[in-house]
Write a protein that binds this ligand. Structure first.
Ligand code: IMP
Ligand code: MG
Length: 178
């Protein structure tokens, strides 16, 4: 893999290799398998960012479960907007279900708080949060996060599903802005 890459106008340096990412995912999958055993959970992966994380996570989930994909608000450039749109594409009923939100990253936490609030309208039994990445220093909300694969400092990153201006989602390692 390349140590330094260019996406649009920015340079990024290699930060977390695939092997380390996948170790983190395996670890939380193990916890999900024991915590949610017998609960028939439905995983709700948030597009676009969570697609790669969701694929890897589900390979490690061994309990009976469903997965579905939803889409929400946009993110522009390198700063978070507070704009969160409605949840699109949720065709399954989550009433009385154990729901696990599968997200790429919790940054300010605004997106996750809004999504959880929106999902409560459908009366799930419980809503848990699984995120590939978490930036503790950026969190601006009181938000319990059940499963964190990797904690990172407050840097802008790309790869493993995360983008800069739409690009870089395909990278199998994670890069941070230089
Ligand atoms: P939050 O609402 O501030 O927690 O931001 C959540 C969303 O912002 C994530 O789902 C990502 O789409 C995006 N985001 C936050 N930090 C980064 C980053 O470092 N790289 C790419 N996208 C990010
Ligand atoms: Mg996202």
């Amino acid at each position: 893999m390349k140590e330094v890459i260019t996406i649009r106008d920015k340079q990024f340096e290699l930060f977390i290799e695939q092997e380390i990412i996948e170790q983190g995912i395996k670890r939380i999958a193990g916890r999900i398998n024991s915590d949610l055993k017998g609960k028939d959970p439905i995983f709700l992966a948030v597009l676009n960012g969570a697609f790669m994380f969701a694929g890897e996570l589900m390979k490690e989930v061994s309990i009976p479960s469903e997965i579905t994909f939803v889409r929400l608000a946009s993110y522009h450039g390198t700063s978070t907007t507070n704009r969160v749109q409605e949840v699109l594409g949720l065709n399954e009923s989550i009433e009385g279900r154990s729901v696990v939100i599968v997200e790429d990253i919790v940054d300010s936490g605004n997106t996750m708080v809004a999504l959880k609030k929106e999902l409560e309208k459908y009366h799930p039994r419980e809503v848990k949060v699984a995120t590939l990445l978490f930036k503790p220093a950026a969190l601006r909300q009181k938000l319990p996060i059940d499963y964190v694969a990797l904690e990172i400092p407050n840097d802008f990153i790309v790869g493993y599903g995360l983008d800069y201006d739409g690009y870089g989602r395909n990278l199998k390692d994670i890069y941070k802005v230089k």
